[in-house]
Design a protein around this ligand. Sequence first.
Ligand code: SF4
Length: 729
Amino acid sequence: MLFGRNKKNPIKLVDKGVVEWRYTTCGYCSTGCSIEVGLDQTGTAVASRGVADADVNRGKLCIKGILEHELFRKTAGRGDKPLLRDYRHETFREVSWDAALDKTTAEIKRIQETYGRDAFSIVSTGQIMTEEFYTLGKLARGVMGTNNYDGNTTLCMASAASGYKRSFGSDGPPGCYEDFDHTDCLIAFGSNLPEQHPVIYWRLKEALEKRKFPVIVVDPRVTMFAQMADMHLAITPGTDVVLLNAMAHVILKEGLHKQDYIDAHCADFEAFKTEIERWDPYTASQQCGVDEDTIRNVARLYAKAPKAMSIWTMGINQSTHGSDGVVAINNLNLITGNIGKPGSSSLSITGQCNAMGTREWSSCSGLPGYRVLEKEKDREEISKFWNVDPEFFPKKRGMFMTDILPAIETGQIKGLWLVATNPMTSMPNTSRIRKTLEKLEFLVVQDAYSDVETNQYSHVFLPAAVWAEKEGCFTNTERRVNLIRNVMPPNGESKPDLWIFNALAKRLADGKGPSFPETAEAVFEEMKVLSKGEDRILDISGMSYAKIEAQRGMQWPCREGDETGAQRLYTDGKFQHPDGKAKLIPLAFVDNNERPDDEYPFWLNSGRVVEHFHTRTRTGKVGNANKFSPTPYMEMNPDAAAEVGVSHGGYARLTSKRGEAVVMVQLTQRVSRNMVFIPFHFHDCVNRLTLGLLDPHSRQPAYKQCSVRIEPAADQVAAAAANAAARAY
Ligand code: SF4
């Protein structure tokens, strides 16, 4: 029955009194959505909306982006004044910027003079601007000279970067979102796109509505993405390399590979073929849990598709075989000729808004612009450009973040500077991290929020501006450099990270060494000079702030004189290894991780929910995001729950060999009988339990694979008491 249309109330949007919309880029995930923030007559940020003519998001935003203007509100926990305490357990006192920076400078100098330059270490982030990363790198490598400098991107994207370097000779995702519009087959490994990257998912859905092609999701859990896929392969955690080797086995055995492409563009095919011979689908199915017929069908589907592509996120990266998993995906795409063509790609879906920027320009893994410490030519170039003695640079990269924290335990590292990262919540094995931070002689925390858990252990807190309270660039998943225009002035006395780095550089350099431009745009112009060159893949010399804003982002490489950037890498089949070829790398598989046993019979898996971002430093304070997802919970299979006596909406205590945590139970068929899932965003929760064994190449922790036992917990009071006791443990 039709109701009278005229009588229906039209949908009305609340008028928020916006008088001006300001262009910028979303500061959460790496999708890179162009966003406008609406200001009312008083200059208060009251609304956010997607930019319609931006190619990435075409007017769309996810829930986090829609609420992003709320970050400018003066919420509890926003840092607005520098804080200092002389002893760790004293209460903070507010101090001037000079006092906080002088204290930090004095402690850095004291520790480096007493114990050596590498005894003071820096761990940064994927959250600040690329220009800020470049400046911090110059300060760390060119002034302080510590080799123990890394980013928290080791926790999320290190395996992708490592796998790209091993296969192609350089970091840098080869594909782009537009590949969805051309591909004939897509496999997603360990990526729950609708919840993690909703706008990229929408781009995929849009492509599928125009032109149907098979979508295959490989994930141990029946995620939202798995539910919409044509095929879901519920793989045993951590065994993606086994599945991918078996797919390669089928492709080679049945002659479905592209021999011409392999001959022209790949090295080491014979060694690869010998290893792959061992991985017949039956043997592989015993380890990876995917039956042999399905392995054969998927391998044929992928290899026979005229254009096929693979995407992945943390399900691959956060594993003891993370880097190998990425190499295995690259192997698959190389033998099927699926690199560098529209619709044919290996495309890692990045986590943080500027995890790419730190990989490109921060000097964490070496020197800026994908240069490395191990090459004399790279050291010479940068030392000349920065006015630094080339011998000041180490000849090999130092520790990763996941090695820096254990080096504090052993006394090798005495001082630490954390920039927009929160290891008390993000690192595996919380109890161990707490004890580690307590061992430091000096800890400085630089963050937009003074209530980040890690700040409880600091001596100095430096309040930083958040996101669009400053200016600069982020690089997104598809190598697109986007501009963040300043929308609001920084909160209280907080300062842009660039200002903080420059202020410390002045104090630490004593007028010697490199120069430090003051504005983000001047830093960008300096980076452009360094990026230029025919042999440089990461060339941004054809970009400018004005062009980036006008085009709503530009992809690199974009060489001097180019009107716009290149959508894809390796279109000519020339790779970055010295011989110009990609490497086909044979991958053995050693099952070295913790697995369920009689005492700890459940797999523990972790991941994200759409409302929150990382450790909830920001989204934990944003009204509706926090209301929709206020508390940690555990997904558990109803049959398993009945066996251990746990009920829906009740509480359960999880115990691993590291510690215990109590969470609310949500019964669902999304997880199998021997697996549970907990979102990773909450403090004192899943990372109390995780083991986090490290990948040997990328040093990324295997967050998603450990084992636990589960028992009922009485109520919320018991839950709080147990968690408090666990904190003291
Ligand atoms: Fe921001 Fe990512 Fe959401 Fe886009 S998808 S609005 S970039 S959080």
